[in-house]
Every structure is written in structure tokens, then in C-alpha cells.
Design a protein around this ligand. Sequence first.
Ligand code: FES
Ligand SMILES: [Fe+2]
Length: 350
Amino acid sequence: MLKNWWYCAGWDHELSLGKDALLARRIAGESIVLYRKPNGGVVAMEDRCCHRQTALSCGRKEGDSLRCMYHGWKFGPDGRCIEIPGQERIPQEACVRSFPVVEKDNWIWVWMGDPIKADPALICFAVGPGDPAWNIKTSQLRVDANYRQEIANLSDLSHVAWVHDQTFGGTNAWSTVKSKHTLRPRGLDTETWLRGVPAVRFVQHLFPVGTLVDMCFDVQMTLPCNFIMHLKIFSAGSNTEGPSDGQLLLDTYSCQAITPRDEDSVDYYYSWGASRETDSPGMTDLLHEVIGVAFLEDKRILEAQHQRMKEKPDFRTIDYIHDAGPGKLLWLLDKFLKEEAAEQASVVEG
Ligand code: FES
Ligand SMILES: [Fe+2]
């Protein structure tokens, strides 16, 4: 998996000072423990005591430090051992790996590679629940699938018509529409307009029967697997391209950070909500409820697919027109994976 990248470790409220929480996460194949210092800053270190590999997440927070509760070794926020009960000498190498952390848009981001390269400007754009212009609610989910499947699923929304027939679906225009994909240096933008169609199913009851709308799904995906969707619903206008000239009925943002735990599972941190301007009583609750149901629909499909893929890893699959988005983004992922592998090999040789 990519190393010199930011990975989401969860929502900021999961690390409240009040609860003194130690958060155990698996991120890109590494076990990580996170905690919040009294000054509010977040520490991330390997969840593995350098004495006998006990999980530090079974330990105890002591001010800025973390104590392993097996034999009591204590580690500072930089991972250095600062106390060994019963022994005065602290070996130089008694150190746990620590990772750069940034909090942004109410997400906690951890840099899994070389700390020198940890540039916060590389964290993807998002709209968090703390943004005053939006009413956003958050949640999270574990999916037992490979993150490449998530990339493919999110960069091809044509599955909405089938997987999400009872939630985000309601029109099979998804099958015939052409999305516009634009590759960025570290991700893919996909714009999809559905015009003169029934609204997504879960809001159809808000409009008179037979109402048609224009919908714009503006998606920014950033590797490793972050998905930001700006969904706007307008009354059906007359424009056949470019922005809709209908009236803006609902303006929403859904921000989703999918963190690979290992090859077989991901942690999914997601949100959805409406702009304050277009929100109405209960709307954000409805969005939150429906996205929860929809993600269980994805989970069911992706977990079953993952099992089949593991049974026959060399099975030859067949591409079709809607595989363009997944093809581009997985190509970009593979390019970065190759670059990192080559860099790693040159460091080992050098
Ligand atoms: S395993 Fe942590 S102190 Fe012994
Ligand atoms: Fe989906």
C-alpha cells in the first residue's frame, strides 16, 4: 500500500480529552494507537511496545505520555521510552515509531511514510461537520473488502441504479449517462449530470408525483481512497449541457474517507448533509439515515465480491463502458505504488 500519503484515522470527536480514549486503528497494514494530549494535540504511534510487543492501546494515558500496562514502560509523545520501572538505564533503541498527525475538517489524518515528506497541503479538500455553512452528520463503518474495490465502486456511480435502487436510485438514466472524468495529479474528478429525471428515490416523496429534476454529482476522488461529493438537485431546467437553469432545491455534501486496514478490510468514515440555505427540518437526519442504509447495500455487494475474488484471484474479468473511471484511478494508484517501490528499492541498494 502507499506509504507517503495521508490516511484518515477517524473523526476528531472519537478522541475526546474527557474520555481519555486510546484509539486502536489498523492503517495500511500497520497497527496504530492514537490519543489526545492535554494541550489538544493528537499523538499517533505504533501500537506495539518495544519491550515485548504488547499493544500500547491496552495501556494508560499519563499526561502527554503513554504507559504500557504490561511491565510499565512509559513513552513520550515522540515515542521515546522515558521510564522503565525497576531499571535506571533506558536503552537508546527503546523507542516506538511515531507518525505525523493533522486534524482537518474534523477528520484525523496520519502520515504513514517518511515524516520529512508529510505536507498537510496534500490532504484532500472536504466539508466537515464543523463547517458553519453546512448541516453535516457523521458516521463510520467497517467493510471486509479490499480498498481497490472501494476505489472502483466510488469512481463508477452507475452502480447506483442497481445496488442502491431503493435509496439513491430511482432512475436507470445512470446506465446511459456519460460522466466526465478528469485525471488530477493525485486523483480523479468525475462530473455527472442527470437531466429531466425523477429525483433520487429517498427524496421523491418531497415533490409532487411525476416531478422531474436535474441532478449534478460532482465528485473529487483523491488517492488512496477519499471521496468528496457535491450533489445538487434542481427543478428540471431547459439546458442540455452546462449548469442547470432550474431552481436549486437541495444542495448537499458527502465526504468519505476510506482507510485500508489491510488487504481484506477498510474503515469507512463518512458524512452527509445539506447546505443551511437549502436545508429543511429533518433533511440532514434523512440524508444521514439513508446513507447508512446505502452503505450497507455497498457492503453486502463488495464483501461478496471480495470472497469471490479471493477464491479465484486469476479469474479474467471483462471491462465495459462504465469501467473508464475505475480504470483511470486504479492506473494512477498503480503508478504511485510502482514509484514508491522503486524509491524503496533504491534506498535499500544505496
Ligand atoms: S511489553 Fe510493554 S512493558 Fe513489557
Ligand atoms: Fe454505492
